[in-house]
Design a protein around this ligand. Structure first.
Ligand code: ZN
Length: 85
């Protein structure tokens, strides 16, 4: 699994909506990719915050877009991760 793929599955991963196979692939990727770990962390915090406010917890397309941007920035500001593909 690649970073962009992981990010696109992220909200489903957090909600446990992925198939067993995809969940395993996501976990394997997260275990080796620090960048996606950071993105997962901040996404989980955001979703938690929404839920505490009683708002809809899903990620809007706009939120997805900003996640991709955040990931791109994170990747650009760090040395390449050899395991991150
Ligand atoms: Zn990654």
């Amino acid at each position: 699994m690649q970073c962009a793929e992981l990010v696109s599955y992220l909200s489903d991963y957090i909600d446990n909506n992925l198939s067993e196979e995809l969940t395993r692939e996501a976990q394997e990727h997260l275990a080796t990719c620090q960048n996606c770990h950071i993105v997962l962390d901040s996404t989980q915090r955001t979703i938690l915050l929404y839920r505490q406010r009683g708002q809809r917890a899903g990620l809007s397309p706009r939120r997805h877009e900003s996640l991709f941007n955040q990931l791109a920035e994170t990747l650009a500001s760090r040395p390449a991760e050899p395991n991150c593909e």
